[in-house]
Design a protein around this ligand. Sequence first.
Ligand code: TTP
Ligand code: MG
Length: 424
Amino acid sequence: MYFLCRDCSHLDEGHALACPRCSSSRLIFHPQLPTLSVAHIDCDAFFAAIEKRDNPDLRDKPVIVGGGKRGVVATCCYIARLDGVRSAMPMFKALKACPNAVVIKPNGQKYSEASRQIRAKLEDMTPLVQMVSIDEGYIDLSGTMRLHGRAPASQLAALAREIERDVGITISIGLSGNRFLAKMASEMDKPRGFAVIDPAEAASVLGPMPVSAIHGVGPAFASKLARDGFRLISDVQSVDQKSMIGRYGESGQHLWQRAHGIDHRPVSADRERKSVSAERTFNEDISSRDVLTDRLWSVCEETANRAKKHGVAGYVVTLKLKTNTFRSLTRSVTLLEATQLAGTLFRITRPLLDKETLGGTSYRLIGVGISDLHPAGADQIDLIDPGIAKRAAAERAVDKARDKFGEAAVRTGRAMRFEQQRRK
Ligand code: TTP
Ligand code: MG
């Protein structure tokens, strides 16, 4: 057994109760501490933590960060979470659950600055850093032992202390051998956590968790799995890979692999291109859901075309809207497999748009983007809809025809309706 002291980074063999160097009792134990090198870092209650840092009076109070009375909760501190407040909850509901919460409007500039500071600290350790959102990222510290004179686990403990000291907020760290397991680990011990999963123990650690704990398994797929008897990850582990492929195609294969802790995605520091997107500002503000849905389709096609041109696919799909009062909002969904297909982008973003058009708000801009980019594989499959393989083939056939005969060679019904409206 090995232990790591989170207060002085000392890593040694044994079963100490307190650190022999600094007497701290903040120790973690794991036999693979000296060897594992892929980590996921996620800030705790990020926006709320920054607000507490900047106003110490808020320290012991429940804090919610979000927009006005009609808005939603962006995040809240862990004190407010005790009352059941959660991200994306309507503000009126959050205030009902936690009436004495202090509500603060988001200050994007401050959060971006903290995010930049954190990224810089990670990049001081290795260039293999991949930030996937404003407050989380992956780092692959393989081969850095000699350069830094200590194991990745020790470097990460030091990183957490440095971020507390210099940025003024806490992070949670998950250490493992691949991205998926590192992310699962970082969620296990939040806040101010440090958890380790050795890929060899993945099956037993993941087994008791619900299938929905696997990133990319959305509510629709989870309920389909439940109907088929797959509620826990151990249910997926109990069948062989072939039968999962038989039931759900490539989606079944990916699910089976994740259930066994397998993830071949590398931590890729793609510094050149972080995202691909397309957006459109309207001549007149639009509140009709149907019209917005048509515009959504055309930005999905444009984004997909750009992604195909660059040969990339993205794991995160983002819908962007700007209201007639210039309020910007973004909604993101993470997929289990990267996509570059317009059909998938549309299926993912349409329900997000539907939610935002419930109140009859007028919008002046719509956009769709993909991020967490990777080189596109031959076939991008996502778990939400196993029928994707057929549609992917159809979409590629359309692309081929367009390459050969020009853009107008193949037009979807939706795009034609859009053009007819524009002509009118
Ligand atoms: P998260 O990392 O999902 O949440 P968090 O950092 O607030 O809390 P946790 O300790 O559980 O990691 O998201 C990072 C920030 O992104 C969050 O502070 C606010 C913002 N955000 C939104 O604006 N809307 C959302 O729906 C979510 C989930 C996050
Ligand atoms: Mg976070």
